[in-house]
Ligand binder design. Structure first.
Ligand SMILES: Cc1cc2nc3c(=O)[nH]c(=O)nc-3n(C[C@H](O)[C@H](O)[C@H](O)COP(=O)(O)OP(=O)(O)OC[C@H]3O[C@@H](n4cnc5c(N)ncnc54)[C@H](O)[C@@H]3O)c2cc1C
Length: 444
């Protein structure tokens, strides 16, 4: 394999793969490098399968801090904070939590929500284009997301506070009573008495992120994009510009531009360059099981508002996804978290899936920024670009993020405001110029 490319993308998760697609369409020679054995093996592997173009927003909401003590005291709530006792870990954890806290102010929330929704809506446009161009099937459906309420107080509060701003932001959302919810998801008729109402995000899709990533890689490989797996990158090589990457095995690959699509592992590469990309791993769980009774099964995504579990249909399977553990890179799993997912399925779609054999449990590390908004765009280091930190929405926002960055790199007119997504939005101290002026080839 030749060791030069127009563009090197580090990371073949859903973000890196779609980035390769957007750039290959522009006639560029692309090399994608990943430490995993294949595409989408990390957090893109078994996410909840929602392309939630309308149901998109930050986790840092006004009022969250007040609710936090109750949430943490109740083991059934989706949020857990576990101290990361490693030397560096605790410092990073507290730092990130502090930044996250700052984003719960009303002003920051409104700004973050606007940025996130804009990117998700933009992504809807380029996801439709992707489907039209490739016809790839990835267990996809376009039946919407049903945000389901089983608690009258929660439903009333959300109806009063959330719906109007969503409509103002051009999100197609319908408010449904219990009958409306059952019309959307007929199997819910069996628990009619427990349903208060719901919001239907009509334009949302569902699909299997991993299947999409693999199908795209096959297609891109046939079109000349090179993929190098089992290859950890130890350092980005930077002089006055970024000019290549060095592997753990000390091989060097050069390029005219380098894009990091490295998800939660980003800081290993960016910290040594003096770039502080505030991405932290927020652990989430999923379970995938076979459907055994169609009449009892979910048809699209149902999101249980109380316990924040998403139940998504993927052809003959159902996937349950949720929970947020702020606990560092540790991959130990806690059986109770899987139990929460299973109890959501039994509460809403009892008897629909085979939970005895062939159940696939999974843990993923969401690449979360404190403002919930992805980091996409140039850095102070010429020729080094970032496309990462999509948190809970990477599958949803992949196509739009890739198109936006492809436009930035190729000098085409952009359709999103670049300053909303660049690392620079956090301020100058996140981009340390001193290292950028030195030759900063630093190993990790
Ligand atoms: C439980 C759960 C449910 C979710 N549900 C949804 C959902 O329904 N909808 C949605 O939109 N999003 C969802 N998400 C979030 C979504 O899965 C992520 O935002 C998205 O997959 C991020 O993709 P990525 O390509 O940035 O990261 P990844 O898929 O992790 O890809 C990064 C890649 O970079 C590689 N890499 C990193 N460092 C190096 C290095 N130094 N050298 C070489 N390779 C490197 C890794 O091996 C990896 O393959 C969910 C996440 C979780 C955990």
């Amino acid at each position: 394999m030749k060791n030069h490319a127009d563009i090197i993308i580090v990371g073949a998760g859903i973000i890196g793969v779609l980035q390769a697609y957007a750039l290959q369409k522009r006639g560029l020679d692309i090399l994608v490098i990943d430490s995993a054995t294949g595409p989408g093996m990390e957090v893109s592997y078994a996410n909840a399968g929602q392309l939630s173009f309308g149901y998109s927003g930050p986790w840092a909401t006004p009022g969250l801090l007040k609710k936090l003590p109750d949430m943490l005291a109740n083991p059934a709530t989706p949020l857990r904070i576990r101290p990361d006792w490693s030397m560096e870990g605790l410092y990073r954890q507290l730092q990130w939590l502090y930044w996250f806290t700052l984003n719960t102010s009303r002003k920051n929330f409104e700004r973050n929500k606007r940025r996130i929704l804009n990117l998700s809506k933009y992504s809807a446009k380029y996801s439709r284009q992707l489907l039209a161009e490739t016809g790839i099937e990835f267990s996809n459906r376009s039946l919407g997301t049903l945000q389901l309420f089983r608690d009258q107080r929660l439903f009333d509060t959300a109806s009063n506070n959330d719906v109007e701003p969503l409509r103002k932001a051009d999100v197609a959302v319908q408010v449904l009573d219990a009958e409306g919810c059952i019309k959307q998801e007929p199997a819910l008729a069996r628990i009619h008495a427990n349903i208060v109402g719901g919001f239907l995000f009509e334009e949302d899709w569902t699909g299997d992120c991993y299947i999409l990533a693999c199908a795209l890689v096959k297609r891109l490989t046939a079109n000349g994009v090179r993929f190098l797996f089992n290859t950890p990158i130890a350092a980005v090589e930077v002089g006055k510009i970024a000019y290549g990457v060095r592997t753990g095995g000390n091989l060097f690959y050069s390029a005219n531009a380098i894009i990091l699509a490295t998800g939660p592992l980003t800081r290993k590469l960016t910290d040594p360059l003096g770039l502080l990309a505030p991405v932290y791993p927020v652990r989430g769980y999923s379970i995938t099981a076979d459907i055994i009774d169609e009449a009892k099964a979910v048809q699209s995504t149902v999101l249980d508002e109380k316990i924040k579990v998403a139940i998504t249909r993927l052809d003959h399977r159902v996937r349950l996804g949720g929970t947020a553990e702020i606990g560092g890179f540790n991959r130990d799993t806690f059986p109770k978290r899987y139990q929460i997912l299973l109890s959501a399925l039994e509460a809403l779609f009892p008897g629909s899936a085979d939970l005895k054999t062939g159940v696939e449990p999974w843990l993923g590390l969401r690449p979360m920024t404190p403002d919930g908004t992805a980091i996409i765009g140039k850095t102070v280091i010429p020729n080094l670009y970032l496309n990462l930190g999509h948190g809970t929405l990477g599958f949803t926002q992949a196509a739009g993020s890739a198109e936006h960055l492809a436009r930035v790199i190729s000098g085409e007119a952009v359709e999103l405001d670049p300053s909303d997504y660049e690392l620079e939005r956090y301020g100058k101290r996140y981009q340390n110029h001193a290292l950028y002026h030195e030759s900063a080839s630093v190993s990790v």
